[in-house]
Design a protein around this ligand. Structure first.
Ligand code: ZN
Length: 337
């Protein structure tokens, strides 16, 4: 009888694996570097081999598992069978994943986008507290987001729902990688925060360590901007406030549309902690509809980079028929969407 779940987080640099019990506790974890060579055709066989090897190594059987949930840095398409637009894997066109994995492993396989999986993971075991209405925004190189509304992951017509990073915050602003102008991602992602700092530095003549660093061509990261803002460097404060004002305002648009209970900020930039939340919170509360001003919670993510893995595994649990589960397993299943 199966009793465990496998979660796989397929990233641009690393493929991470974990074995879970039905309560979402990690029992084993491993990873290997992503190999995008050969048009990304090595990724799926590498995942199959790694799972088989690990299962064998610990004297387990594939039939001990309910299934495998995988998340990808791309869009899941073809009715959950393929992934497209995963550029870090060299998967520009749709790449079949579900069928080859199910054929090789003989257990159910479920695919999801990484930002959606992270939202599911945070909701199951992290800051979301199993809310039926929540969203998570991941501030990294880009901005990813996942939205749970009315107890369901919001996917939209083409699976593109929740592109909060591409809400326009300045119609005359920076050009976005998506082709549009002034998307939030260009201002509030890790790279966006640095971009705003560069733009502000060009028109600032006063004293500032950040200005001096940028003028001298020193390497400046979003962490540099945050740390200097914390030290009350004028340009860094102005710059980070601008980024967070755009972010908080964009979140108010989503809030006013969907009325989530909780908004979770994750990703590398969220390491800035409460200092960052305070800067986002002001414009957010200012623009939220009165009934939501105080009731909407803004929180930091709690699971770090395991959120996607946990969310991917939760997808397997949510598809198991209740009749196949013990009472405790059924209770655990009720905790996932
Ligand atoms: Zn965009």
């Amino acid at each position: 009888m199966p009793s465990k779940l496998i979660g796989v987080d397929v990233g641009g640099t690393t493929v991470k694996f974990a074995i879970f019990n039905v309560h979402g506790d990690i029992q084993d974890q491993w990873s290997f570097p992503t190999d995008p060579l050969d048009n990304g055709n090595r990724v799926v066989p590498d995942i199959i081999n790694s799972i088989k090897h690990r299962v064998q190594l610990y004297d387990m059987k594939l039939s001990d598992f309910y299934g495998v949930g995988l998340d990808f840095p791309g869009t899941v398409t073809d009715h959950g069978r393929a992934v497209v637009g995963a550029y870090h894997l060299n998967w520009e066109t749709p790449h079949a994943v579900k069928q080859p994995l199910e054929e090789a492993l003989g257990i159910p396989v479920i695919l999801e986008n990484d930002a959606n999986a992270a939202a599911l993971g945070e909701n199951w075991k992290g800051a979301g507290n199993n809310s039926a209405n929540m969203l998570m925004i991941t501030l990294g190189t880009g901005i990813g987001s996942g939205i749970i509304a009315g107890g369901k992951l919001l996917t939209g017509y083409l699976g593109s729902a929740g592109e909060i990073g591409h809400i326009c915050v300045d119609p005359n602003g920076f050009k976005c990688s998506c082709g549009n102008m002034g998307c939030l991602e260009e201002y509030a992602s890790a790279t966006g925060i640095v971009r705003v700092a560069h733009a502000k530095a060009e028109e600032y003549e006063g004293n500032s360590k950040l200005k001096a660093m940028l003028d001298q061509g020193e390497e400046v990261s979003s962490k540099t901007v945050v740390d200097l803002a914390r030290d009350k460097d004028y340009l860094a404060e102005q710059s980070l406030t601008q980024s967070c004002t755009y972010l908080g305002t964009a979140l108010s648009y989503v809030g006013n549309t969907l009325n989530p209970e909780t908004m979770i900020i994750g990703g590398g930039v969220s390491a800035a902690g409460q200092f960052l939340l305070n800067l986002i919170e002001k414009p957010l509360r200012e623009h939220l509809f009165p009934t939501m001003k105080t009731s909407t919670q803004l929180k930091l993510a709690e699971l770090g980079n395991t959120a996607g893995l946990i969310g991917a595994a939760s997808l397997v649990l949510s598809t198991i028929d209740d009749s196949a589960l013990t009472t405790t397993e059924r209770i655990a299943k009720q905790m996932v969407l």
